[in-house]
Design a protein around this ligand. Structure first.
Ligand code: HEM
Length: 399
């Protein structure tokens, strides 16, 4: 550990050199990133059963997840099983194959999350938020809650925290009714949905997807989800109590890049948090600190995080060149941790990443002209269309 610490200081010591040699800027930024990562690794905390299990007891999945949680391994994967499912839904052949029903479900989710515009739909965005709101109801002190399906198996949906999640809740309940009889838990369906949604959003990472979480019908504790007016200090402490450090918090809130709010300001229903809703790009970070077009509605909580000295350096890193790959990598590691909060059988989980759809590493927004006019405050009636990720080119608007 000490060696790593010295190495990071040595790397940091090189930094002023880049100012005298402008060509070295990118290399220095990368060195700074590596140095920061080395420092972060030293404070990473293990969770669930991984916190107590000896290395000799770990399964290969347990070892991989441990390495991801310690920030020693990437959480993205491009391994795809392109074969047809082992059998029809409910067939003996499908039941005999661990990921067969997950594959059918991935097909259904992909269809629901993909908009005709190529952007991801409101169901996708809500699925990512649903994953957060199920898993995030946990803290080191709570003793219960977390990624246990309770957001849909108990009365948690009646809490104001969960306003805006009704459509994905209805849809996920339908998927649960169809697939739970084949052994798919609500907790897993929710987290799998978040990962399918993330990769369906253009530019989104393909996050390794583990299954085997246990369901819980008991509502999780209250007061553990953030509010959009919270100070950076409140947010940082709230997430630290979930073992999520300030760096990972900055990576996670980047999910607002896809967002279109409904309840923060109801008079501005459908207004996005950056100029590219439904796209998993990094535009959200610089636009939170700058002056985006009028329709972009910034959350005070995001502004607060962009300014605090504990979170602003990472905010700037994601905003800069190379920010997309850096963010995808860091988001994937941070989301893997989030998706396992409160899970105490991590070592026994299995992996079905191979059934996720492929990621899209580029995207052309063909309706950008209309979108730009909408972002400039025109065409109010387009809100729901953008929200549903419908191709806008050729839409007869009239104001
Ligand atoms: C700093 C803490 C956070 C706060 C205060 C916050 C707050 C909010 C609020 C108020 C909304 C708008 C809901 C609406 O009006 O419809 C929202 C949307 C969203 N949040 Fe967060 N959030 C936070 C962190 C996160 C994290 C960690 C994730 C995921 C990992 C996430 C994912 C999303 C997504 C995807 C949406 C868009 C939903 C949609 O478009 O329907 N948020 N968040």
């Amino acid at each position: 550990m000490k060696t790593l610490g010295y190495l990071s200081y040595a790397l940091l010591a090189c930094l002023p050199f880049s100012e005298a040699h402008p060509g070295m800027g990118e290399q220095m930024a990368e060195m700074r990133r590596v140095a920061n990562k080395i420092q972060r690794r030293q404070s990473k905390e293990l969770i669930g059963d991984l916190a107590t299990l000896a290395d000799s007891k770990l399964t290969s999945i347990g070892k991989d997840i441990k390495a991801i949680l310690l920030d020693q391994q990437n959480a993205e994967s491009s391994t795809i099983d392109a074969s047809i499912p082992a059998g029809a839904i409910g067939s003996a052949a499908c039941k005999a194959d661990l990921c067969c029903h997950w594959k059918w479900l991935a097909y259904e989710m992909t269809a629901k999350f993909n908009g005709t515009s190529g952007r991801c739909s409101k169901f996708a965005r809500q699925a990512v938020r649903l994953g957060f709101h199920d898993a995030g109801v946990w803290s080191r002190d709570s003793g219960y809650g977390g990624a246990d399906g309770s957001i849909l198996l108990s009365n948690e949906m009646s809490r104001a925290d969960n306003n805006g999640l009704a459509a994905i809740a209805d849809q996920t309940n339908k998927w649960y009714t169809k697939y739970n009889q084949y052994g798919l838990s609500m907790a897993d369906i929710i987290q799998f949905g978040a990962n399918v949604a993330t990769v369906v959003c253009p530019l989104g990472p393909r996050i390794r997807s583990f299954v085997g979480r246990k369901d819980n019908t008991k509502a999780g504790p209250t007061g553990l989800l953030p509010g959009e007016k919270d100070s950076a200090d409140v947010l940082i402490k709230l997430f630290q109590a979930k073992t999520i450090d300030p760096h990972d918090l900055v990576a996670l809130v980047g999910a607002h890049t896809t967002s279109q709010q409904h309840f923060v300001n109801t008079a501005r229903d459908g207004d996005p948090q950056d100029t590219t809703p439904g796209i998993w790009d990094v535009a959200f970070y610089p636009q939170t600190t700058n002056n985006p077009p009028v329709r972009v509605l910034k959350f005070q909580s995001d502004i607060n995080l962009s300014k605090d000295s504990r979170t602003s350096p990472e905010w700037a890193e994601f905003s800069g060149s190379g920010g997309q790959n850096h963010w995808n990598e860091d988001y994937s590691v941070a989301y893997t941790r989030l998706s396992l909060l409160g899970v105490n059988n991590i070592n026994d989980l299995k992996e079905c990443t191979k059934v996720l759809p492929a990621r899209r590493s580029s995207f052309v927004s063909e309706d950008q002209k209309v979108l730009d006019m909408w972002l400039a405050g025109q065409f109010n009636q387009l809100n729901n269309m953008v929200d549903d990720a419908i191709q806008l080119t050729g839409v007869t608007t009239g104001t």
